[in-house]
Design a protein around this ligand. Structure first.
Ligand code: SF4
Ligand code: SF4
Length: 388
Protein backbone atom coordinates (compact mmCIF):
# COMPACT_ATOMS: atom_id res chain seq x y z
CA UNK A 1 0.00 0.00 0.00
CA UNK A 2 1.38 3.35 -0.94
CA UNK A 3 -0.42 5.47 1.64
CA UNK A 4 1.79 7.50 3.93
CA UNK A 5 -0.91 7.46 6.58
CA UNK A 6 0.20 5.86 9.81
CA UNK A 7 -1.58 3.02 11.57
CA UNK A 8 -2.40 5.33 14.45
CA UNK A 9 -4.15 7.67 12.02
CA UNK A 10 -6.11 4.65 10.96
CA UNK A 11 -7.72 4.58 14.36
CA UNK A 12 -9.11 8.04 14.03
CA UNK A 13 -9.68 8.15 10.31
CA UNK A 14 -10.61 4.53 10.19
CA UNK A 15 -9.32 4.11 6.68
CA UNK A 16 -6.10 2.77 5.30
CA UNK A 17 -6.81 0.79 2.23
CA UNK A 18 -4.82 -1.23 -0.22
CA UNK A 19 -5.41 -0.20 -3.80
CA UNK A 20 -7.13 -3.17 -5.34
CA UNK A 21 -5.25 -4.45 -8.33
CA UNK A 22 -2.78 -1.57 -8.52
CA UNK A 23 0.59 -2.73 -9.73
CA UNK A 24 -0.42 -6.35 -9.59
CA UNK A 25 -1.95 -8.94 -11.80
CA UNK A 26 -5.04 -9.25 -9.68
CA UNK A 27 -8.21 -9.98 -11.54
CA UNK A 28 -11.54 -11.02 -10.13
CA UNK A 29 -12.76 -13.98 -12.10
CA UNK A 30 -15.60 -16.37 -12.06
CA UNK A 31 -13.34 -19.37 -12.24
CA UNK A 32 -13.67 -22.25 -14.56
CA UNK A 33 -10.96 -24.78 -15.34
CA UNK A 34 -11.22 -23.84 -18.99
CA UNK A 35 -10.55 -20.15 -18.32
CA UNK A 36 -7.14 -21.01 -16.87
CA UNK A 37 -5.88 -23.54 -19.36
CA UNK A 38 -2.18 -24.01 -18.84
CA UNK A 39 -2.31 -23.12 -15.17
CA UNK A 40 -1.43 -26.30 -13.33
CA UNK A 41 -3.21 -24.94 -10.28
CA UNK A 42 -6.58 -25.17 -12.01
CA UNK A 43 -6.06 -28.32 -14.06
CA UNK A 44 -8.92 -30.79 -13.97
CA UNK A 45 -11.21 -28.76 -11.74
CA UNK A 46 -14.91 -28.32 -12.24
CA UNK A 47 -16.34 -24.82 -12.49
CA UNK A 48 -16.41 -23.27 -9.03
CA UNK A 49 -19.50 -21.51 -7.68
CA UNK A 50 -17.17 -19.24 -5.72
CA UNK A 51 -15.73 -16.03 -7.09
CA UNK A 52 -11.96 -16.32 -7.00
CA UNK A 53 -9.23 -13.78 -7.55
CA UNK A 54 -5.81 -14.69 -8.87
CA UNK A 55 -2.39 -13.12 -8.58
CA UNK A 56 1.10 -14.07 -9.66
CA UNK A 57 3.60 -15.11 -7.00
CA UNK A 58 6.40 -12.77 -8.03
CA UNK A 59 8.99 -14.04 -10.45
CA UNK A 60 8.05 -17.66 -9.77
CA UNK A 61 5.22 -17.04 -12.23
CA UNK A 62 2.96 -19.33 -10.19
CA UNK A 63 -0.70 -18.33 -10.34
CA UNK A 64 -2.29 -18.40 -6.92
CA UNK A 65 -5.65 -17.47 -5.46
CA UNK A 66 -5.39 -14.34 -3.33
CA UNK A 67 -6.80 -16.39 -0.46
CA UNK A 68 -4.83 -19.55 0.16
CA UNK A 69 -5.05 -21.98 3.04
CA UNK A 70 -2.86 -22.13 6.09
CA UNK A 71 -3.07 -25.74 7.25
CA UNK A 72 -1.16 -25.33 10.54
CA UNK A 73 -4.11 -25.97 12.84
CA UNK A 74 -6.29 -27.93 10.43
CA UNK A 75 -6.92 -31.49 11.59
CA UNK A 76 -9.77 -32.43 9.28
CA UNK A 77 -8.48 -33.46 5.83
CA UNK A 78 -11.91 -32.96 4.30
CA UNK A 79 -11.53 -29.19 4.86
CA UNK A 80 -8.35 -29.22 2.76
CA UNK A 81 -9.97 -31.35 0.07
CA UNK A 82 -12.98 -29.07 -0.10
CA UNK A 83 -10.77 -26.01 -0.32
CA UNK A 84 -9.16 -27.51 -3.43
CA UNK A 85 -12.59 -28.29 -4.85
CA UNK A 86 -13.71 -24.71 -4.23
CA UNK A 87 -10.73 -23.51 -6.25
CA UNK A 88 -8.18 -22.43 -3.63
CA UNK A 89 -4.75 -23.09 -5.08
CA UNK A 90 -2.15 -22.25 -2.39
CA UNK A 91 -1.65 -24.58 0.59
CA UNK A 92 0.90 -24.07 3.33
CA UNK A 93 2.16 -26.50 5.94
CA UNK A 94 5.44 -27.13 7.79
CA UNK A 95 7.47 -30.13 8.93
CA UNK A 96 6.97 -29.14 12.56
CA UNK A 97 3.21 -28.52 12.54
CA UNK A 98 1.32 -30.90 14.78
CA UNK A 99 4.56 -32.80 15.38
CA UNK A 100 4.68 -33.85 11.74
CA UNK A 101 1.06 -34.96 11.59
CA UNK A 102 0.02 -31.90 9.62
CA UNK A 103 2.12 -32.76 6.57
CA UNK A 104 0.76 -36.31 6.66
CA UNK A 105 -2.82 -35.01 6.85
CA UNK A 106 -2.27 -32.55 3.98
CA UNK A 107 -0.63 -35.27 1.87
CA UNK A 108 -3.63 -37.53 2.39
CA UNK A 109 -6.08 -34.73 1.66
CA UNK A 110 -4.33 -33.82 -1.60
CA UNK A 111 -4.24 -37.39 -2.92
CA UNK A 112 -5.13 -37.20 -6.61
CA UNK A 113 -5.20 -33.38 -6.46
CA UNK A 114 -1.52 -32.53 -6.06
CA UNK A 115 -1.11 -31.06 -9.52
CA UNK A 116 -4.02 -28.68 -8.96
CA UNK A 117 -2.27 -26.80 -6.17
CA UNK A 118 0.80 -24.84 -5.20
CA UNK A 119 2.16 -26.52 -2.08
CA UNK A 120 4.60 -25.06 0.42
CA UNK A 121 6.26 -26.48 3.50
CA UNK A 122 9.07 -25.43 5.84
CA UNK A 123 12.05 -26.68 7.76
CA UNK A 124 13.24 -25.52 11.16
CA UNK A 125 16.47 -27.54 10.88
CA UNK A 126 19.57 -25.45 11.42
CA UNK A 127 22.14 -27.17 9.24
CA UNK A 128 22.29 -28.39 5.69
CA UNK A 129 22.28 -32.14 6.39
CA UNK A 130 19.27 -32.01 8.69
CA UNK A 131 17.41 -29.62 6.38
CA UNK A 132 17.81 -31.99 3.45
CA UNK A 133 16.81 -34.96 5.58
CA UNK A 134 13.69 -33.04 6.65
CA UNK A 135 12.91 -32.24 3.03
CA UNK A 136 12.95 -35.93 2.15
CA UNK A 137 10.61 -36.60 5.05
CA UNK A 138 8.31 -33.78 3.91
CA UNK A 139 8.19 -35.21 0.39
CA UNK A 140 7.35 -38.63 1.73
CA UNK A 141 4.66 -37.37 4.13
CA UNK A 142 3.13 -35.07 1.54
CA UNK A 143 3.22 -37.88 -1.03
CA UNK A 144 4.80 -35.75 -3.70
CA UNK A 145 8.02 -35.58 -5.74
CA UNK A 146 8.44 -31.84 -5.32
CA UNK A 147 7.56 -28.92 -3.07
CA UNK A 148 6.55 -25.75 -4.91
CA UNK A 149 7.95 -23.43 -2.23
CA UNK A 150 10.28 -24.68 0.49
CA UNK A 151 10.87 -22.22 3.33
CA UNK A 152 13.37 -21.78 6.10
CA UNK A 153 10.93 -21.60 9.01
CA UNK A 154 10.46 -18.66 11.35
CA UNK A 155 13.57 -16.51 10.90
CA UNK A 156 13.80 -13.06 12.47
CA UNK A 157 17.26 -11.90 11.54
CA UNK A 158 19.88 -12.41 8.82
CA UNK A 159 22.03 -13.87 11.61
CA UNK A 160 19.59 -16.79 11.82
CA UNK A 161 20.34 -17.80 8.22
CA UNK A 162 23.74 -19.40 7.65
CA UNK A 163 25.44 -20.07 4.34
CA UNK A 164 24.96 -23.83 4.57
CA UNK A 165 21.21 -23.30 5.02
CA UNK A 166 21.18 -21.39 1.75
CA UNK A 167 23.27 -24.15 0.14
CA UNK A 168 20.61 -26.66 1.17
CA UNK A 169 17.92 -24.54 -0.49
CA UNK A 170 19.92 -24.29 -3.69
CA UNK A 171 20.69 -28.01 -3.71
CA UNK A 172 16.99 -28.80 -3.26
CA UNK A 173 16.24 -26.69 -6.33
CA UNK A 174 19.02 -28.34 -8.37
CA UNK A 175 17.68 -31.77 -7.43
CA UNK A 176 14.15 -30.77 -8.44
CA UNK A 177 12.83 -31.41 -4.94
CA UNK A 178 11.89 -27.75 -4.46
CA UNK A 179 10.82 -25.53 -7.34
CA UNK A 180 11.26 -22.31 -5.38
CA UNK A 181 12.65 -21.38 -1.98
CA UNK A 182 12.11 -18.72 0.63
CA UNK A 183 11.98 -17.75 4.27
CA UNK A 184 9.06 -17.43 6.67
CA UNK A 185 9.22 -14.65 9.24
CA UNK A 186 7.03 -13.55 12.11
CA UNK A 187 9.01 -10.61 13.39
CA UNK A 188 11.60 -7.98 12.53
CA UNK A 189 10.56 -8.20 8.88
CA UNK A 190 11.66 -4.63 8.25
CA UNK A 191 15.25 -5.81 8.68
CA UNK A 192 15.06 -9.36 7.36
CA UNK A 193 13.11 -8.81 4.13
CA UNK A 194 15.41 -6.10 2.69
CA UNK A 195 18.34 -8.43 3.44
CA UNK A 196 16.57 -11.23 1.57
CA UNK A 197 16.03 -8.97 -1.43
CA UNK A 198 19.65 -7.89 -1.43
CA UNK A 199 20.86 -11.50 -1.09
CA UNK A 200 19.09 -12.42 -4.32
CA UNK A 201 18.73 -16.16 -3.62
CA UNK A 202 15.18 -16.25 -2.27
CA UNK A 203 12.11 -16.50 -4.50
CA UNK A 204 9.37 -16.02 -1.91
CA UNK A 205 8.87 -14.51 1.53
CA UNK A 206 6.11 -15.71 3.85
CA UNK A 207 5.61 -12.85 6.27
CA UNK A 208 3.28 -11.99 9.12
CA UNK A 209 1.34 -9.06 7.70
CA UNK A 210 -1.99 -7.46 8.51
CA UNK A 211 -3.83 -4.17 8.80
CA UNK A 212 -2.42 -3.43 12.26
CA UNK A 213 1.25 -3.47 11.38
CA UNK A 214 3.93 -0.86 11.40
CA UNK A 215 4.41 0.99 8.08
CA UNK A 216 8.05 -0.17 8.04
CA UNK A 217 6.85 -3.76 7.52
CA UNK A 218 4.65 -2.67 4.67
CA UNK A 219 7.51 -0.76 3.06
CA UNK A 220 9.70 -3.86 3.23
CA UNK A 221 6.95 -5.95 1.66
CA UNK A 222 6.35 -3.38 -1.08
CA UNK A 223 10.07 -3.31 -1.90
CA UNK A 224 10.25 -7.11 -2.02
CA UNK A 225 7.30 -7.33 -4.39
CA UNK A 226 8.81 -4.61 -6.55
CA UNK A 227 12.04 -6.62 -6.75
CA UNK A 228 10.06 -9.63 -8.00
CA UNK A 229 9.92 -11.62 -4.81
CA UNK A 230 6.67 -13.47 -4.25
CA UNK A 231 4.95 -12.27 -1.07
CA UNK A 232 2.71 -14.58 0.94
CA UNK A 233 1.00 -13.13 4.03
CA UNK A 234 0.23 -14.98 7.26
CA UNK A 235 -1.21 -13.86 10.60
CA UNK A 236 -3.65 -11.91 8.50
CA UNK A 237 -6.37 -11.67 11.17
CA UNK A 238 -4.11 -9.80 13.62
CA UNK A 239 -4.64 -12.42 16.28
CA UNK A 240 -8.40 -12.12 16.05
CA UNK A 241 -10.72 -14.82 17.22
CA UNK A 242 -13.93 -15.54 15.36
CA UNK A 243 -15.63 -15.85 18.72
CA UNK A 244 -15.23 -12.14 19.37
CA UNK A 245 -18.30 -10.00 18.85
CA UNK A 246 -16.62 -7.88 16.20
CA UNK A 247 -15.54 -11.00 14.35
CA UNK A 248 -19.12 -12.13 14.22
CA UNK A 249 -19.92 -8.80 12.65
CA UNK A 250 -17.35 -9.41 9.92
CA UNK A 251 -14.08 -7.98 11.28
CA UNK A 252 -12.10 -11.13 10.46
CA UNK A 253 -13.39 -11.18 6.93
CA UNK A 254 -12.55 -7.49 6.58
CA UNK A 255 -9.03 -8.16 7.87
CA UNK A 256 -8.56 -10.91 5.31
CA UNK A 257 -9.90 -8.69 2.52
CA UNK A 258 -7.44 -5.98 3.53
CA UNK A 259 -4.46 -8.27 2.98
CA UNK A 260 -5.84 -10.23 0.02
CA UNK A 261 -6.43 -6.96 -1.82
CA UNK A 262 -3.01 -5.57 -1.00
CA UNK A 263 -1.13 -4.92 -4.25
CA UNK A 264 2.18 -6.34 -2.96
CA UNK A 265 0.71 -9.54 -1.54
CA UNK A 266 0.20 -12.47 -3.91
CA UNK A 267 -1.64 -14.76 -1.54
CA UNK A 268 -2.61 -15.20 2.09
CA UNK A 269 -2.66 -18.24 4.34
CA UNK A 270 -5.38 -17.78 6.98
CA UNK A 271 -5.79 -20.79 9.22
CA UNK A 272 -8.93 -22.79 8.58
CA UNK A 273 -10.18 -25.56 10.79
CA UNK A 274 -13.69 -26.28 9.55
CA UNK A 275 -16.05 -25.84 6.64
CA UNK A 276 -17.71 -22.72 8.09
CA UNK A 277 -14.38 -20.96 8.34
CA UNK A 278 -13.46 -22.04 4.82
CA UNK A 279 -16.75 -20.76 3.42
CA UNK A 280 -16.29 -17.49 5.27
CA UNK A 281 -12.73 -16.94 4.09
CA UNK A 282 -13.33 -17.57 0.40
CA UNK A 283 -15.81 -14.68 0.49
CA UNK A 284 -12.83 -12.34 0.85
CA UNK A 285 -12.16 -12.88 -2.86
CA UNK A 286 -15.67 -12.01 -3.93
CA UNK A 287 -15.91 -8.36 -2.93
CA UNK A 288 -13.70 -5.33 -2.26
CA UNK A 289 -13.37 -3.62 1.09
CA UNK A 290 -16.47 -1.64 1.94
CA UNK A 291 -17.03 1.37 4.17
CA UNK A 292 -18.42 -0.99 6.80
CA UNK A 293 -15.24 -3.08 6.57
CA UNK A 294 -13.17 0.01 7.30
CA UNK A 295 -15.21 0.80 10.38
CA UNK A 296 -14.93 -2.77 11.64
CA UNK A 297 -11.16 -2.75 11.21
CA UNK A 298 -10.82 0.54 13.06
CA UNK A 299 -12.93 -0.81 15.93
CA UNK A 300 -11.02 -4.08 15.91
CA UNK A 301 -7.68 -2.28 16.03
CA UNK A 302 -8.81 -0.38 19.09
CA UNK A 303 -9.94 -3.61 20.74
CA UNK A 304 -6.72 -5.52 20.15
CA UNK A 305 -4.30 -2.69 20.95
CA UNK A 306 -3.50 -3.76 24.54
CA UNK A 307 -3.63 -7.45 23.66
CA UNK A 308 -2.13 -8.16 20.27
CA UNK A 309 1.62 -8.22 19.70
CA UNK A 310 2.46 -7.46 16.07
CA UNK A 311 5.84 -9.13 16.57
CA UNK A 312 7.48 -6.03 15.18
CA UNK A 313 10.62 -6.29 17.28
CA UNK A 314 10.29 -2.65 18.33
CA UNK A 315 9.96 -3.24 22.07
CA UNK A 316 11.59 -0.53 24.13
CA UNK A 317 14.00 -2.35 26.42
CA UNK A 318 14.60 -6.04 26.87
CA UNK A 319 13.22 -8.50 29.38
CA UNK A 320 15.18 -8.49 32.64
CA UNK A 321 14.70 -12.27 32.86
CA UNK A 322 15.73 -12.95 29.26
CA UNK A 323 12.30 -13.82 27.90
CA UNK A 324 11.73 -13.52 24.13
CA UNK A 325 8.71 -11.27 24.52
CA UNK A 326 7.40 -11.28 20.94
CA UNK A 327 7.69 -15.08 20.71
CA UNK A 328 5.90 -15.68 24.00
CA UNK A 329 3.13 -13.27 23.01
CA UNK A 330 2.80 -15.13 19.69
CA UNK A 331 2.32 -18.38 21.59
CA UNK A 332 -0.34 -16.64 23.64
CA UNK A 333 -2.08 -15.54 20.44
CA UNK A 334 -2.29 -19.18 19.38
CA UNK A 335 -4.29 -19.88 22.53
CA UNK A 336 -6.28 -16.67 22.97
CA UNK A 337 -6.71 -15.75 19.31
CA UNK A 338 -6.96 -19.04 17.47
CA UNK A 339 -8.29 -21.19 20.30
CA UNK A 340 -5.22 -23.42 19.93
CA UNK A 341 -4.11 -23.85 23.52
CA UNK A 342 -2.11 -27.03 22.84
CA UNK A 343 -0.11 -25.37 20.07
CA UNK A 344 0.66 -22.34 22.24
CA UNK A 345 1.79 -24.54 25.12
CA UNK A 346 3.83 -26.79 22.86
CA UNK A 347 5.77 -23.78 21.58
CA UNK A 348 6.14 -22.28 25.05
CA UNK A 349 7.62 -25.51 26.38
CA UNK A 350 10.31 -25.36 23.68
CA UNK A 351 11.84 -22.37 25.49
CA UNK A 352 14.83 -22.95 27.77
CA UNK A 353 14.13 -24.21 31.29
CA UNK A 354 15.17 -20.79 32.70
CA UNK A 355 12.70 -19.04 30.43
CA UNK A 356 9.92 -21.48 31.28
CA UNK A 357 10.41 -20.93 34.99
CA UNK A 358 10.69 -17.11 34.81
CA UNK A 359 7.77 -15.21 36.35
CA UNK A 360 6.75 -11.64 35.68
CA UNK A 361 5.55 -11.42 39.27
CA UNK A 362 9.20 -11.52 40.38
CA UNK A 363 9.95 -8.20 38.67
CA UNK A 364 9.45 -4.97 40.55
CA UNK A 365 8.87 -3.24 37.24
CA UNK A 366 8.69 -4.50 33.67
CA UNK A 367 11.71 -3.42 31.64
CA UNK A 368 9.87 -3.85 28.33
CA UNK A 369 7.57 -1.18 26.94
CA UNK A 370 5.46 -1.54 23.83
CA UNK A 371 5.03 1.66 21.79
CA UNK A 372 1.84 0.17 20.35
CA UNK A 373 0.16 -0.16 23.72
CA UNK A 374 0.45 -3.90 24.40
CA UNK A 375 0.30 -4.54 28.17
CA UNK A 376 3.50 -6.56 28.09
CA UNK A 377 3.83 -7.76 31.69
CA UNK A 378 0.12 -8.59 31.95
CA UNK A 379 0.15 -10.59 28.73
CA UNK A 380 3.41 -12.32 29.58
CA UNK A 381 2.04 -13.24 33.01
CA UNK A 382 -1.04 -14.69 31.34
CA UNK A 383 1.17 -16.79 29.07
CA UNK A 384 3.03 -18.10 32.13
CA UNK A 385 -0.23 -18.82 33.91
CA UNK A 386 -1.56 -20.76 30.92
CA UNK A 387 1.51 -22.61 29.73
CA UNK A 388 4.23 -22.95 32.39
S1 SF4 B 1 5.31 -5.99 22.37
FE1 SF4 B 1 4.84 -4.25 21.05
S2 SF4 B 1 6.82 -3.45 20.37
FE2 SF4 B 1 7.18 -5.50 21.23
S3 SF4 B 1 7.11 -6.84 19.44
FE3 SF4 B 1 5.02 -6.79 20.30
S4 SF4 B 1 3.95 -5.13 19.22
FE4 SF4 B 1 6.16 -4.90 18.81
S1 SF4 C 1 7.69 -8.28 33.94
FE1 SF4 C 1 7.88 -10.11 32.64
S2 SF4 C 1 8.29 -9.35 30.60
FE2 SF4 C 1 8.66 -7.67 32.01
S3 SF4 C 1 10.86 -7.75 32.43
FE3 SF4 C 1 9.85 -8.95 34.02
S4 SF4 C 1 9.81 -11.08 33.25
FE4 SF4 C 1 10.29 -9.73 31.52
Amino acid sequence: MKSKTSRRDFLSAGLILPVVGAGSSLGILNLSAQSHAGNAASAGRESSPVKLSYKTLGKTGLKVTSVGMGCMITSDPSVVTRAVDLGITYFDTARSYQNGNNERMVGAALAGKRKQVVLSTKTEARDKARQLAELDTSLSELKTDYIDVWYLHGKSSPDDIHDDMIEALQLAKQQGKARFVGVSTHSNQQQLIPWMVQKGVFDVVLSAFNFSMDPAVEQAIDAAAKAGMGVVAMKVMAGGSRNQKLAQQGAMLAALKWVANHPSVATTVPSMTDMDQLDENVKAMASPLSADDHKLLAAHLELIQPLYCRMCGKCEGTCAQGLPVADVLRFLTYADGYGEFALGRERFLQLTSEQISARCGDCVECTVKCPFGVHVSRRMARAQELFA
